[in-house]
Structure formats: structure tokens, C-alpha cells
Design a protein. Structure first.
Length: 302
């Protein structure tokens, strides 16, 4: 019986050690790759790298490229073109360069290709908060991968699988749509929940500001979040499993009177954006649910 050869281990350089780069560096190290160098331009990133990537020698971008077989570019989108040009200027032919930007495929890495590099776009579909929990979440995350050829596809997929993730191929022309979908579903969720917390806090406070007596043992700190948490988590699980049919509430029931009362109550808040957000999203829900026309008319922003 032939013993399978282990997957080749790479020396990895991280630029830079922000939330994403550090988490991916940790995950690659746990998979057996050697994180040998890192660029940490700020005090916070240096502290993070020293604590979580202890095998990485901190240095300049040029030092990172010189030390690594795989150079991982985990920088903000606005900085990516400049960093790519800097990497291309010192690259060795045959080096692997991957970026983590969701909205870009491999076309943006053309300066690397011109210098004989091999390019990958590997985007973790996950939000990062800066702690070790980021690395743990990667093992249950999907990654949008875009590559230039079958070899790159195999490398990108292998790297993702090694850290426990699921590689999902995204066509170069669809990267912006892919990223927009993720931003809409995750980033805009923050705005939605923030608005809901604002409205719920106002309801708990009431006209006489009696929030401290809202529960039998007093203490209303974090109460809106405590109320919303189980409901929002259940709704998220339901829609992921059932799609639009998971919708419940007055829009799903076609209850125009309650929807109108919601609108009126939210318009009484100091921030008019809460009511506007409610109307826009409720109108989307009404259309998806096939709600009666009068329900849609009462909330749709003309």
C-alpha cells in the first residue's frame, strides 16, 4: 500500500497583522504552515503579531516578501493597489501572492503576474472582531476563491480546506456582486439591530423614563439586547433554513392596521432614520410575502 505524500508546507508572510491577517496566519500555522514573517505597521498590529504569531519575524513589506513562499495581503481595499505594486517590485518569479479582499478577484493582482508570480483571491466570509475567536470561526466559514488557472484553484482550495473552511468558487466578474451580498446581509444587519435596540430602549424607558423598573429586579442595562437576542437568532436560523416562508408578524399576516401603527410609533422617535429603515425593509418583506396591496401602500417609501 502506497503512503500518501503530505501536502507541501509553505513559508508564509503576512501583510499586515490586522484582524483578518492575524486570524488567517494563526489558522495556517495550526494547519502546519510556517508563518515566518509579518508586516505590522501600527503598535496594535505589532502587539497582536507578537502575541498570536510568535514564529513571525516582524519587518518591512520587502522583508516579508523575501522570507515567504506565500505572501498573504490582508490590507484594506483602498490600500491594496499600492501594496500590490510594492510587492511586485521585489517579487521572485514563482512566488504565491494571495489577497483577502472580497470585492476583488485576481485581475487586481496583474502586476504580480507580470513579474512571474502566481495569484489567488481568498476571501473569508466572516466578520472579525480582533480576538482568538476570529480564528476559531474560520473553521466553520466559507471562503470565496477566485484564481487564474487550475493550479491556482487547487492551491486556494487546499489552503481553505486545511484550515477547516469551505472553498466556494466565485467568477472574477461576479466578485463585486458576491461582496455586495455579504455586506448587505451582514453589515446592514448591524444597522437593523441598532435601530431595533434604539426603538426598544425608547419603549422600555416610556414617557416617564422608568427603565430602571422595567424588570422585577430592576436594572435595565442591556435589556433591549437581551430581549432581541433569542428572537433575532431564531429568525436568522429560520430564514436560512426556510427562506422567505420563515416570515411571521403583521406583514406576513397582511395586518395593515398594525403595520401603520408601527410606522406611526417609530416616526415619533428622535431619529427619523429608524422609521425609514422599517418602511424600506417592511416593504421588501411585504413584496417577498405577497402581502396585500394596501399593506404595501401603507409602508412603501414613494
Amino acid at each position: 500500500m502506497t503512503t500518501p505524500h503530505p501536502a507541501p508546507r509553505l513559508t508564509v508572510g503576512i501583510c499586515s497583522t490586522g484582524r483578518v491577517g492575524t486570524a488567517l496566519g494563526e489558522a495556517l500555522a495550526a494547519a502546519g504552515h510556517r508563518v515566518v514573517a509579518a508586516h505590522a505597521p501600527s503598535p496594535a498590529s505589532r502587539e497582536r503579531a507578537e502575541r498570536r504569531l510568535p514564529t513571525a519575524r516582524l519587518g518591512s513589506l520587502e522583508d516579508v516578501v523575501a522570507a515567504a513562499e506565500l505572501v498573504l495581503l490582508a490590507v484594506p481595499d483602498t490600500e491594496l493597489p499600492t501594496v500590490i505594486d510594492q510587492v511586485a517590485a521585489v517579487l521572485r518569479p514563482g512566488q504565491l501572492v494571495a489577497h483577502t479582499a472580497g470585492a476583488h478577484g485576481v485581475a487586481i493582482l496583474e502586476p504580480i503576474v507580470q513579474r512571474g508570480g502566481m495569484v489567488l483571491a481568498i476571501h473569508p466570509a466572516m466578520t472579525f472582531v480582533g480576538g482568538t475567536e476570529d480564528t476559531e470561526r474560520l473553521s466553520s466559514s466559507c471562503f470565496g476563491i477566485t484564481t487564474a488557472d487550475p493550479f491556482g484553484d487547487a492551491v486556494a482550495a487546499a489552503l481553505v480546506l486545511e484550515i477547516g473552511g469551505t472553498p466556494v468558487r466565485i467568477d472574477e466578474a461576479q466578485r463585486t456582486l458576491y461582496h455586495a451580498a455579504l455586506a448587505h446581509g451582514a453589515n446592514n444587519l448591524i444597522a437593523l439591530i441598532t435601530d431595533a435596540v434604539t426603538a426598544l430602549q425608547a419603549a422600555i424607558d416610556g414617557p416617564h423614563h422608568l427603565a430602571d423598573h422595567a424588570t422585577v429586579d430592576g436594572g435595565a442595562v442591556g435589556l433591549p439586547e437581551q430581549i432581541l437576542g433569542p428572537l433575532v437568532r431564531a429568525s436568522l436560523e429560520n430564514v436560512l433554513a426556510m427562506g422567505p416562508s420563515a416570515l411571521t408578524g403583521p406583514v406576513a399576516r397582511g395586518d395593515r392596521a398594525i403595520v401603520q401603527r408601527h410606522r406611526d410609533a417609530l416616526e415619533g422617535l428622535t431619529d427619523p432614520g429608524v422609521a425609514l429603515g422599517y418602511r424600506v425593509l417592511s416593504a421588501r418583506a411585504a413584496r417577498q410575502a405577497g402581502a396585500p396591496a394596501d399593506v404595501l401602500d401603507s409602508i412603501e417609501v414613494k
